[in-house]
Design a protein around this ligand. Structure first.
Ligand code: PHE
Length: 470
């Protein structure tokens, strides 16, 4: 369908008008902080080390870095670009762009994928956030000081075996997220990110410094950075790809939402790359903090989701001022998880407000309670239902609890699917001219990005899917 010039004038007028009403990020820095707040979270510090341990180390890390470069960064640029072009919430932005260009409403599907992923991820994310809340008390009370690896392991298993305590901390974490979302994400939060994120970074450096003296550093560096491809399985490749989406908050329109607030004169490429580098840096640092402790104490790298809660407390128990550093670390981890949790709930609430006409408080309470209730299934799969693996008849899903399945389905299927739709939308469906103008790259850089997004990204995602289904 062709569009007359007056149509497109109205259209761009609507875009700019809506942008002005919603207010832009005060600066490029503010956008970077908010996007980093969403990206850096439990994915970097809790998930990256444990999936690296489960998937054999170096080759998996390399695969993950490749996925960040050829899939993650191009898709992040595409999401931010779509958001800024649409200038509204993700669902409205997509609708506006598709209606304006006469495109098929199948793209509404992308919004649906985002909403579903948000619900499912936040439900278990909040349970893990709850573990971090619980460890603030454990560290502050000095319980970790001088403990053996076995005793630290027992503290962790004690937590997992107690559904009521898990429910309490899960509720606290979810309440923290809901309070901020209900009041509307504020600039106070933005300012807090400026201080607390660098603080988390410094604290990780301190633990890495301690880990260097622990005697396991050499083995840890070899484990993380010497690829042994015999250890990489096809499902490991899928997990690396899925994690690239999860850790950068891609595939569920979070960056579309944030991009809608980005001022027009700011480079989408530079900001996306900056956020990706910070995010990857934090993950690698977490790996370098944790694995020396694993090897120095003869622990199991493939210990699973409890890995950081069984290793870092050991380091805090041994290092000088360990109770102080340990408490601070878990507080900062909660903060990192909190800003990510907010970005998981915010799109759902915005969608309820816009599409269903509900007010913010009601939408937040409704959506938050649904996530909270879903989280109970994850809590129970850590204890009472730990033997319940409902989809074990599927070979790749054998032995996976509800919690494992939620993590697998969202990170490895839903987010890459959302990302695939974004890549096709930005690479094949949107007008090349519009995209080019929005990104304002040099001709060579644009061709590189566009080519990657049109061919490499979709083929990579589709290939990994097909391989794993077979
Ligand atoms: N990126 C966040 C993390 O690494 C998790 C997240 C995923 C947040 C998807 C928003 C959307 O912890």
């Amino acid at each position: 369908m062709s569009v007359t010039s007056s149509d497109s004038a109205t259209y761009s007028g609507a875009l700019e008008g809506s942008n002005a009403k919603r207010g832009l990020w005060s600066s490029r820095l503010a956008f970077i902080l908010a996007a980093t707040g969403s990206a850096v979270g439990l994915g970097n510090i809790w998930k990256f080390p444990y999936i690296t341990g489960e998937n054999g180390g170096g080759a998996f890390v390399l695969m993950y870095l490749i996925c960040i470069a050829v899939v993650g960064i191009p898709i992040m640029m595409a999401e931010v670009m779509i958001g800024r072009r649409g200038g509204r919430s993700p669902v409205s932005s997509l609708r506006l762009i598709t209606e304006r260009d006469g495109l098929r409403p199948v793209w509404k599907l992308m919004g649906a994928v985002g909403i579903l992923a948000g619900f499912l991820i936040l439900s278990f994310y909040s349970v893990i956030g709850g573990w971090a809340v619980s460890y603030v008390g454990t560290a502050a009370s000095g319980q970790l000081t001088g403990q053996s690896a076995d005793a630290i392991g027992a503290i962790f298993s004690g937590l997992l075996s107690d559904p009521m305590t898990l429910l309490l901390w899960h509720s606290v974490f979810m309440a923290l997220v809901m309070v901020v979302v209900a009041r509307g994400v504020s600039s106070g939060l933005e300012r807090a990110v400026t201080i607390l994120m660098p603080a988390l970074f410094v604290l990780l450096l301190i633990v890495v410094g301690y880990a260097m003296t622990s005697g396991g550093f050499g083995r840890a560096a070899a484990f993380l950075f010497q690829p042994d491809f015999s250890k990489l399985t096809t499902s490991g490749v899928l997990v690396a790809l899925g994690h690239a989406f999860f850790t950068l908050s891609l595939g569920m329109a979070v960056m579309i939402a944030y991009g809608s607030y980005l001022p027009k004169d700011i480079s989408i490429a530079k900001t996306s790359i900056t956020v990706s580098i910070i995010d990857t840096g934090v993950a690698l640092l977490a790996g370098m903090a944790i694995f020396p402790i694993v090897f120095a104490n003869g622990l199991e790298p493939g210990a699973g989701p409890g890995l950081i809660f069984q290793t870092l407390p050991l380091a805090f128990g041994q290092m000088p001022m360990g109770s102080f550093f340990g408490t601070l670390f878990f507080v900062l981890l909660i903060f990192a998880a909190w800003t990510s949790g907010i970005s998981l709930l915010e799109p759902i609430v915005e969608w309820l407000e816009e599409q269903k006409g509900m007010n913010r408080t009601v939408s937040t309470i409704g959506a938050g309670l649904v996530c909270w209730a879903l989280g109970i299934a994850s809590i129970l799969s850590l204890n009472l239902w730990s033997d319940f693996a409902p989809l074990s008849f599927v070979p790749t899903l054998e032995g996976k609890t509800i919690f494992d399945l939620l993590d697998f389905f969202t990170a490895n299927i839903l987010l890459p699917l959302g990302g695939l739709l974004v890549a096709i939308f930005a690479g094949w469906v949107m007008s090349r001219q519009a995209v080019k103008k929005e990104l304002a790259l040099s001709p060579g850089a644009f061709r590189l990005w566009h080519g990657t997004l049109r061919f490499v990204t979709p083929v990579a995602v589709a290939a990994v899917f097909v391989y794993n289904l077979m």
